[in-house]
Write a protein that binds this ligand. Sequence first.
Ligand code: CP
Length: 307
Amino acid sequence: MSSIRHLIDIKDFSSDEISDLISVANDIIDNPKKYSKKCDGKILATLFFEPSTRTRLSFESAMLRLGGQVLGFSEASSTSTSKGESLSDTITVIGGYSDLIAMRHPKEGAPMVASRNSIVPIINAGDGGHNHPTQTLTDLFTISREKGRLDNLTIGLCGDLKFGRTVHSLITALSRYDNIKFVLISPDELKLPDYIKDEILDRNNIEYVETYDIEEYMSSLDVLYMTRVQKERFFNEADYLRLKDYFILNNDKLKNAKSDLCIMHPLPRVSEIATEVDKDPRAKYFLQASNGVYIRMALILKLLEVK
Ligand code: CP
């Protein structure tokens, strides 16, 4: 059996391991020079079969800041996949060119399939509407820095809870901490899938409520995690157009929110947070995006077993 560690699902890491990653990421922020040559001679491959700005570029920035190098692609159409090469063959070949692979793929489960034959660690950088574990590490790191804890929190998740892979991974991760409550804010058509309610929330006795009113529980929230309606996962454009502006967070809707509310969004934003909110000191979504570099640096060090 292979001893290579991959990150396919956030559950691949224990809470202790996540805690260690957060500690290292905090240390990287405080002492960047200490880490600037840690990955000298190492190569990260970024294989993005779907569009990305933050995930791909923050991985690249992370590896470059560690003194390593990066290769990869951001469009499947420019690769031999377009000639019919299998994912498995692509991964076998790129395993010979790199020490670590971060991949995003539209098909759910593709990174897990890739990891089965890979001779280097595989990181799931988002698979369809399924999971996005490195976004979750970014989110946990941000919550930990902003709130000083990952337990005893009431978290509102708003928007596309059906197709939003960041939401699925974040609920899975947070459900392991004590006294977590969720407020699930979505229209009926975009509710959290039953399998997550059954397998994660109910199985772990996590308290949650569902609502379609963003203001109903606003005053109780410690964190408000907004999400975009995932246009690319809809089969029918009319449904997307009907739902895309269902929730728009603005200053008025925040009038009853706590003074230390942490407003997050994995980004990209479309219209679900009015730009007037950007000036609110509780808006943490751009900081969250930059935190992604440091936690991914910690992840690269872990998977490459760099001390
Ligand atoms: N949050 C996130 O995954 O952003 P990108 O799609 O730009 O990578």
